[in-house]
Design a protein around this ligand. Structure first.
Ligand code: BGC
Length: 764
């Protein structure tokens, strides 16, 4: 009997290979006509493989479930052999031989690790971002993965929230362009080297109150549509194969059970046709949110438009009963099952379930020289130079004062800090790479970069936090060695004493940002700050390389340190990439995509805010009574959105507009000349902002509407042009209609959101 069913399965599998020649709809219709209710429900079940832990540990008998047709997909499952084996069970042993989706959090690269997404967005280089995703998909698919849980497109203005590390920052326009680039990069044309993208976390997860992970979200529809939803929509329009619902509530209803969100908006308004998976265990969590028992939340979720249950074992356990009792209709089950099967069809899994299990690709496609170069190039583009003061140190005479960076490869460089000699930490959150021992530490890279031209003297100097419990609370698995803080500091000061320049590698360790890593204090942790102060007190030039997964607060540093470069978490090639920039092979070209606050009390702080009725008049030197400000701090951030320095200087000419009136079906063009007036070849990010001066709702003081990253040789200049059309003037009004309203507009161009030149035009 058993043998017969194996043969039947093999026959069916063979049939399905030829059947994939049918168009998707027909193919899926055909398959579904053979499926029992249990088999359909089985397709909606996603369970973890346990190779990476991203939620509650579950030990499920995956092979048995696959054989019984009770498993549609697995996640956190690693190893091509293991994937092939499990896929073989699903295909050969289950009655209908339906292959599995194999998912993994491939968030910023795979074996070759690219910078964290927040850092990538600071490159403003969409082609490089797309290429990074293409490489990530190539490496992932070489190992059997066919579904990646990226892009994460949650807009956030909350640096306390650790997950800002995973997104593209605060801006809906840039966030949308990045989202599209990532979807294109991962999915391509669904070839053998492409994986299906999963857009997350739908929706509004980045607006968790007080920046505390998983916390309540509550916002107006107008804000939602104008500020938070655009990147999700852009990713849907770019054809992303799947969406993941978020943990938070939207209008009081957990996203996974929110019919308005998953059906009215996503399906009916946006015409999205991929499938929706929950986040880890979120049907179960809906019970804890207070929506009822697991049967109730399962019913709500499937009716809301959730198609696949990640790790709640809710659909698999509850849907049959719900159908039998009439609470859930077959149409809901069929709809969800169809979408999951269509995803498998798009990936070509019916034609070849082992499509992503080619053994030879393990040798040719992982951590290759080409991939590493791409990661290194990209990392160098993400570093944001925040300050670079002149100094006369380093053997230069007083009269030869020049900015401390780039460093000369000469003399003695003291490299100090708990992040300078650690190889696994630099990849940041969400790395699932297997071979971090292959990466260089910053110390190793620096020694290599200077060769025998300079001396690199290293001292760890301190722990991440003085308190071991705090440090280890943030650290699971990538420990920075604990040292005696007093002794380590004494050693660091000895090393610094006869150095020409001090380079500090300090900041957050990887686990201090990412999921479940919210912070209430964003300054440099205690012992690191104490050491930094002592190093500054030596009077020598101090370069701070600030590692972080979020904007941190560096007001003291901005006053006192000679140079600051935010290096985020740059991925596997961080060490070399930092040296490329530090020693001047490349000029820094990263520009902030989240505002850097001066103090915690300013949060949330973002550039595209509304004007209020009482804005502080420009140029006001101090606090003003009855204006929208604080008595103890100015409104301005430490560093604005779009900000970043270079080793060269750029001069913007007077911008010109092709006209001062625009017809609804026309366009006008802004042209600005940008000149590299310094001594280094470098890249600049030219930014275009627009303000709708008078409209039916209050509109932001400015909104990014275009940008161009350009390369200019020293002395070179170029005209940069932006075409402005009516679509760039549209917004969602209070009836949530997407409209452009006639009237006056300001258009601004400049090197960041603060330093702009403004022109005006009228939309007729
Ligand atoms: C995270 C998701 C992730 C999922 C699967 C969840 O905890 O919120 O971003 O994709 O786990 O690992």
């Amino acid at each position: 009997m058993k043998r017969i069913s194996v043969i039947t399965a093999a026959l069916l599998a063979a049939l399905s290979v030829s059947a994939q020649k049918l168009p998707m709809r027909e193919y899926v219709d055909n398959l579904m006509s053979k499926m029992t209710l249990d088999e359909k429900i089985g397709q909606l079940n996603l369970l973890p493989g346990g190779d990476v832990t991203t939620g509650a540990v579950m030990n499920s008998p995956l092979a048995q479930l696959a054989a019984e047709g009770k498993l549609g997909a697995v996640l956190n499952f690693k190893g091509q052999d293991k994937v092939r084996e499990l896929q073989a069970v699903a295909v050969k042993k289950s009655r209908l031989g339906i292959p599995l989706l194999i998912g993994l959090d491939v968030i910023h690269g795979n074996q070759t690790v690219f910078p964290i997404p927040l850092a990538q967005s600071c490159s403003w280089d969409l082609a490089a971002i797309e290429e990074g995703a293409r490489i990530a998909a190539k490496e992932a698919t070489a190992q059997g993965i066919n579904w990646v849980y990226s892009p994460m497109v949650d807009i956030s203005v909350e640096p306390r929230w650790g997950r800002v590390a995973e997104g593209a920052g605060e801006d809906p326009y840039l966030g949308s362009r990045v989202a599209e680039a990532l979807v294109r990069g991962y999915q391509g044309n669904y070839g053998k080297e492409n994986a299906m993208a999963c857009v997350k976390h739908f929706a509004l997860y980045g607006a968790a109150e007080a920046g505390r992970d998983y916390n309540t979200v509550d916002m107006s529809r107008v804000r939602m549509f104008n500020q938070y939803l655009p990147p999700y929509k852009a990713a849907a329009d770019a054809g992303a194969g799947s969406f993941m619902s978020s943990f938070n509530v939207v209008d009081g209803i957990p996203a996974t059970c929110n019919r308005w969100l998953l059906t009215d908006l996503l399906r009916d308004r946006w015409s999205y046709d991929g499938f929706v998976v929950t986040d880890y265990g979120s049907i179960g969590e809906a019970c804890i949110h207070g929506l009822g028992d697991l049967s109730t939340t399962s019913e709500l979720a499937i009716k809301a438009g959730t198609d696949m249950d990640m790790c709640s074992k809710a659909f698999i356990d509850k849907l049959r009963g719900l159908v039998e009792s009439g609470r859930v209709g077959m149409d809901d089950i069929d709809r969800a099952c169809r979408r999951v099967l269509e995803a498998k069809y798009k990936l070509g899994l019916f034609a070849d379930p082992y499509r992503f299990c080619e053994p030879k690709r393990l040798k040719t496609d992982l951590y290759t020289e080409e991939h590493r170069m791409a990661a290194r190039e990209m990392a160098a583009k993400t570093f944001v130079l925040l300050k670079n003061e002149e100094t006369s140190f380093g053997g230069r005479r007083e009269s030869q004062c020049s900015p401390v960076l780039p460093l000369k490869k000469q003399g003695k460089i003291a490299l100090i800090g708990p992040l300078a000699d650690n190889r696994t930490n630099m990849v940041g959150c969400w790395s699932t790479a297997d071979t971090p021992e292959l990466y260089s530490t910053l110390k190793e890279a620096m020694e290599r970069a200077v060769g025998d031209k300079a001396q690199v003297a290293f001292a760890q100097g301190c722990n991440i936090y003085a308190d071991e419990a705090t440090q280890n609370g943030a650290s699971f698995g990538r420990h920075i060695p604990r040292v005696d803080d007093a002794q380590a500091k004494a050693e660091a000061l000895r090393v610094a004493a006869d150095a020409d320049v001090i380079v500090c590698a300090m900041g957050e360790m990887a686990e201090m940002s990412g999921e479940s890593s919210s912070r209430t204090d964003l300054t440099l942790p205690d012992v690191q700050m104490a050491l930094l102060k002592d190093l500054v007190a030596t009077g020598k030039p101090v370069v701070l390389l600030n590692f972080s997964g979020r904007p941190t607060i560096m007001s003291w540093e901005a006053e006192n340190v000679t140079a600051i470069m935010n290096v985020w978490f740059g991925g596997s090639e961080t060490g070399d990439a930092i040296c490329d920039v530090l020693f001047g092979e490349k000029s820094p070209s990263g520009r902030l995509t989240m505002t850097m606050p001066k103090t915690l009390g300013q949060i949330p702080i973002y550039y595209n805010h509304l004007n209020t009725g009482r804005p502080v008049p420009a140029g006001t030197p101090v606090f003003r009574k009855y204006q929208s400000n604080y008595i103890d701090e100015r409104n301005e951030p430490l560093y604005p959105f779009g900000y970043g320095l270079s080793y060269t200087t750029f001069e913007y000419g007077k911008p010109q507009l092709s006209g001062t009136t625009m017809q609804a079906d026309g366009k006008i063009t802004l042209t600005v000349n940008v000149k590299n007036t310094g001594n280094y070849d470098a890249d600049e990010v030219v930014q275009l902002y627009i303000r709708d001066v008078a409209a039916t709702i209050s509109r932001p003081v400015k909104e990014l509407k275009g940008f161009e990253r350009i390369s200019l040789k020293a002395g070179e200049s170029r005209d940069v042009t932006f075409d402005i059309n009516v679509d760039m003037l549209k917004f969602y009004n209070s009836d949530l209609q997407y409209v452009a309203e006639p009237g006056d507009f300001e258009v601004m161009v400049g090197a960041n959101s603060r330093d702009v030149q403004t022109l005006k035009f009228t939309l007729q």
